[in-house]
Write a new protein. Sequence first.
Lengths: 591, 382
Amino acid sequence: MSDATLAASRTPLAQRLKSPVLLLVPAVLFLAVIYLLPLIDLFRVSMSGPTWSTHFERVFSVPLYWESLIRTMQIAFTVACLCALLGYPTALLIHRTRGIAQILIATAVVLPYFIAILIRTYAWMVLLGRNGPINKLLQTLGLIDTPLALLFNRGSVLLGMTAVLLPLMVLSIYASVARLDTSLTRAALASGAGPLAVFWRVLLPLTLPGIGAGFLLVFVAGLGFFITPTLLGGPGDQMFAMHITQQADSITGEGFLQALAVVLLVITLVVVGIAGRIMGFEFIWGGGKLGDGKPRPVATAARVQAPRRGFGMVLADLLGWPLLRLMGLLSAGWGRWTVRIMGGAVIVALVVPIIVVMVISFSKASYLTFPPPAWSLRWYEKFFSDSNWMNAFRNSLLIALLSATISVSLGATAAMGIVRSNIRYKSALMLLLVSPMIVPPVVLGLSLYALFLKLGLVGTYLGLAAAHAIGGIPIVVVIVAASLQAVDQRLEQGAAVHGASPLTVFRTVTLPAIAPGLAAAVFFAFLHSFDELVLSLFLSSPRMKTLPLMLWADINYQLNPVLAVVSTLEVLLVVGGIILARPVLTRGKPA
Amino acid sequence: MVQTLARREMSLEAPRTTTTAAVRTQGAIGAGISIREVVKRYGAFVAADRISLDIEPGEFITLLGPSGSGKTTLLNLLAGFQSLDGGQILVDGRPIQNVPVHRRGFGMVFQSYALFPNMTVAQNVGFPMRMARIDRETTDRRVAETLEMMRLSDHAGKLPAQMSGGQQQRVAIARAIVMRPRVVLMDEPLSALDRRLRESIQIELRELHQAIGSTILFVTHDQSEALTMSDRIAVMDAGHIVQVARPAEIYRRPQSRFVAGFVGESNLIDAQVLGRNGRVLTLRTPGGHVFEAESRHGVSADSATVLIRPERIAIHAAPAPATLPATVTSALFLGEVLRIEVVLDDGQRLLIRCPDIAGRDLPEVGTQVHVGWGAADSWVLS
């Protein structure tokens, strides 16, 4: 070791590296100021009426609101059920296939996951439209004379939301299926369990946590859903989050709006809280337990063991099993084909809308019709020559770059701090860092609006970038923490033993090992900001529009193929990113 | 497995509950297995190349071989996890290749234990009984009996994650034998355990085999495990069975260089055949040393490979009749034995193991010694 490195190891920097807790400070401070404080303020304002409960009483006494609340829960629940039902066979299908087929199917699921919700919803509007492919196909087949009204009803809301949220469910279930030891299935078979019994007694119980986690993530996301129901729903399908934005347009009395948001937030938190108590809060970030130093398996095991034959098991024995045995009387191959057909249908439903949109972007017609009557690049020309679109594109790009920089610098250091420190309340801190993932964006947007007005940040690059970083930090923390945990610490110890200073260890061992994870984190943080619509709706000014805002305005006023052009470009961006991030994705799904 | 939601329309209860289960609960006798010309290919790779093997009812037979020799493939074919590309497997005279895994009625122990993590020990062990729809009372009684047998009674309510590796493997064994199956398959069940534990479970398994009488097919790559436990060992190499015999026979009279090298340590000397007198051959090493070796089979060629096990070579300080001069190149004290390497003056290296008895000192490297063996201590490979 040279004198220079010896000297370096005595600097305070080395000291700081020795206490990784300090790495958490920037991210925690940032979130406290821009995320926690505004939410606390939201609560304060919501209780600022004549009595604290005035506004809440109104929420629960006006049928418009509480009926919408019930409807929102119904829709979110239905969507979660549909996702579980369709997602399980799809996850099994990914698990069962091999080689190139597996890569294609997995891509078909993962790709839509990273494409903006706005764009995927738009794709469904195209697909289900009066002149869309489905109506055209039915007319060509002579099944109908006039186009069916497939849009703007409850069915289209459920379909759209299910399609949008399905990848989340599939990835969650797949993670639990892929973790299973394959010899368990063999052991069950060798023990005389028929294929049905293997599924019912072994596969299903062991993958239940994955289903549960997926179900909750979808349900919670569905509760705060805003974009899809607004675009695909009719007047009777108003979801709760939509009221908040509508009320924000026509400023009603201060306080009531906040009360609506608080109700939505509290319901979300209660659901997450109960779920977290039952299955551990790890479900939010889909990761394993962070090393707390406490031996966990025994504790969980003891908890699982207590109800020896719980209600669920009795139910499974009395109801489920006989039912399944009846199904077993169906002909051979039935189960395998169920998986193939359902999984196949899901994949078609995920991929076809995107393909249709890409095809339409090359249409010559000035309205949406499929198949396009003639081909042209006129909409690409229009996009690239229209200064409004170009300005919005530039704005989005700048904001996303800025936001990704904030997210990665704060998130990656926080991940280091979480993984490498031994502080107490590690789980609580992790929960704080990832909690923005579950707060409905509408609530976040509303709470930030007041703060941004005060600070004069509305409609500024920095303001939007910071707002987007609230959601970007959890993404970065989850991905980087996973990469860090995968680093073999013995390698670091090995380097240190052979004379590397802490900084050198980090540079030569740790950084190369987490580099793919960092790259993926940069990309996904960028994408998160680039696609963000809801916060931008609250926090942008008419003079500063982002690409999603332009899309949003256009979808609401004129459905023209320029939107398809933007969507196609976004798909290309995501495909490029996934190819770049593939090493990380294949190593351990961060999503 | 959803793919397997499908169930054959042929009835499942009738044959199962009446024949198999009933026979088993009476205390079963192992089944005879006949493997005939079995072929399994993975693409161009032939994992099992026309393998034939007859296993006696109640026999403890070990498939021994290096990884990739086809032993696990053969076990999987028998279990039904893989399908045959040729040949036949008969159990008690009936072909089983079209019987699905779960109706073969075998017990199986896996290398990774494969205990269901969501079930307690008792539920794990009771799983096969439950699958066979045996009534709860019988199940409970049999599970208790089996746990008692495996000395697991105190752990009945625990989950697998709460137990040590050795305990988990005993649970896995209990699950495999709870039905008193005609055949128990074991896929390297002890390889994840440490040596001491492995040895104690080896003895336990041997006793268990005598108690329940099932035919046991045991796969391992550990030769000492195979020698300790088996009635017979089938040594496998590159998709073939190269020798099937009792452990002592395999060790003392291997039929090929491969078997001699894989089972135990060996000295192999290539020598020229000078003459023959009954079962005793007179041979000459390339360096000109003449010695005698026993051979059961006719050796027609004029050269042969002779195996001498390291513990059969005697080492003397002074010259004696029928000994060869040698120089010590290495000497290690291993506890109960001394491990000594010598080189003959013609360059032939020999490994010697001799017991650590009173009055014997570890020779120093470079010492001149004299080594010798009798005709009955050597074995001529065919």
